[in-house]
Design a protein around this ligand. Structure first.
Ligand SMILES: Nc1ncnc2c1ncn2[C@@H]1O[C@H](COP(=O)(O)OP(=O)(O)O)[C@@H](O)[C@H]1O
Ligand SMILES: [Mg+2]
Length: 419
């Protein structure tokens, strides 16, 4: 990147906002390595904006105009990932009625972005290493090597060296993938960028929903936005800004309004989301998370009981806010019962990060007094449900439960949950 204005042009083109030097360096590296065929590994927490990097690399390489495929490795079931990536022959397995090309075949000449690469099963990692080293791969059910010319860009929010230690990721593959390393800094380390991003998202939301006036921050609210830790990074900031744009009656956003969405100065403890990487692993944090998961379990159960009660009374008002809608409901008109407000948050935002977990937490006495509640059973049930909902991806289930992956692993073992 030769000049500042080149950088600004690039950022405008991809809708990237920010003054942070580390972010700009990451973008400059992407442009610099684009014309080579070196493998690139992008690392950074969830929501920091990793997905634009492979696109920049592809567009600035000789492969632009050829196929670009982005694959979320964490979203493809283990049973089908090999055949999705490498293809299969007719009859390779029971349901393989026809042959299948696979992404490595389809993307020949182009770029493959392997997002969440840390989620790949070990057997797939072996296949991937082979194609990276030899340019050849085998379809499932075939022993005839096929050639492919694919540029690989991978991304992860998992601490790969740690995954290597735990035997979940191949060290040789890590070195092969990370010829070039690009680190995207978390939002909390980009001083001032949060406010710039807020303004951008406020404008965009106003345009999208034909809202006459975009929301703006009071100076006090700017200070809050700047000092908040943003565990869900830019994705969280975007969701909050959208929610406020639609829900807030006032166009002027104050610290009080932010607090209603769990955004308080210097605090990420009350968002119910596990920070990725190191800090969530210490005992103190785990203890806090355990309290949260218990409270959450109790809270969910109560909501269900409440819902049942209301159904039996033929009163369906609990569903006044239909699920999966973006109906604008001003904050001030939301009911304040725990079940309705949590439900409203959840369905309106579709954003689990913003769901406050600490809204009406029962006291210890309340929990102990109620002999119909067995906390252990409830927690086990909650974990099972979260695992099911997330197709047994532990990382996603842990995020949903607001605990670290390690804590979830420990609990799965402790409860003897059979995955
Ligand atoms: N610097 C930025 N400027 C504007 N929008 C951004 C920026 N970084 C991320 N975003 C937006 O934030 C959201 C999350 O980014 P994404 O690339 O999906 O994160 P992840 O690192 O989890 O892959 C996307 O909607 C993306 O467009
Ligand atoms: Mg992503």
């Amino acid at each position: 990147m030769s000049t500042n204005s080149d950088m600004q042009t690039l950022m405008n083109r991809y809708g990237i906002v920010g003054r942070n030097e580390a972010l700009r360096e990451a973008l400059a590296t992407a442009v610099l390595v684009a014309p080579t065929d070196l493998s690139v590994l992008i690392q950074g927490e969830s929501g920091v904006g990793k997905e634009v990097i492979p696109r920049i690399i592809h567009d600035h390489s000789k492969r632009r105009g050829k196929t670009y495929i982005a694959i979320n490795c964490g979203a493809i079931p283990e049973g089908t990932i090999d055949s999705e990536l490498f293809g299969h022959e007719k009859g390779a397995f029971t349901s393989a009625i026809g042959e299948h090309e696979g992404f490595f075949g389809t993307a020949n000449g182009g770029t493959l972005f392997l997002d969440e690469v840390g989620e790949l099963p070990l057997s797939t990692q072996a296949r991937l290493l082979r194609v990276l080293e030899t340019g050849e791969y085998l379809r499932v059910g075939s022993s005839i090597p096929r050639k492919t010319d694919v540029r690989i860009v991978a991304a992860t929010n998992v601490d790969i060296p740690n995954a290597i230690k735990q035997g979940r990721f191949r060290e040789d593959l890590y070195y092969r993938l990370s010829t070039i390393n690009i680190q995207i800094p978390p939002l909390r380390k980009r001083q001032g960028d949060a406010v710039l991003l807020f303004k951008k998202f406020a404008l965009e939301t106003a345009e999208r929903y034909n809202i006459p006036e975009p929301i703006r921050l009071t100076p006090e609210a700017e200070a809050v936005i700047n000092s908040y830790k943003w565990p869900g990074n830019i994705r969280q900031l975007r969701n909050i800004t959208e929610q406020l744009s639609i829900l807030s009656e006032s166009r002027s956003i104050t610290p009080e309004l932010l607090a209603k969405h769990g955004i308080t100065p210097n605090s990420d403890a009350d968002t119910g989301i596990a920070t990725i990487g190191g800090s969530s692993n210490d005992t103190q944090h785990d203890y806090e998370q355990e309290i949260k998961i218990l409270a959450h379990a109790v809270f969910e159960l109560r909501s269900e009981v409440q819902e049942l009660k209301e159904k039996m009374q033929g009163n369906d008002s609990w569903h006044a806010t239909p699920a999966n809608t973006t109906m604008p409901v001003p904050i001030s008109s939301q009911k304040n019962t725990p079940s309705s407000s949590a439900h409203t948050f959840h369905t309106l935002s579709g954003n689990k990060h913003a769901q406050p977990l600490d809204m009406d937490i029962p006291t210890a006495e309340e929990i102990i007094d109620d002999d119909t509640l067995n906390i252990g059973d409830m927690e086990k049930r909650n974990i099972l449900l979260a695992l099911q909902r997330n197709h047994y991806k532990r990382k996603l289930a842990a995020e949903e439960l607001g605990i670290s992956e390690r804590t979830l692993y420990r609990k799965i073992k402790a409860y003897g949950i059979d995955e």
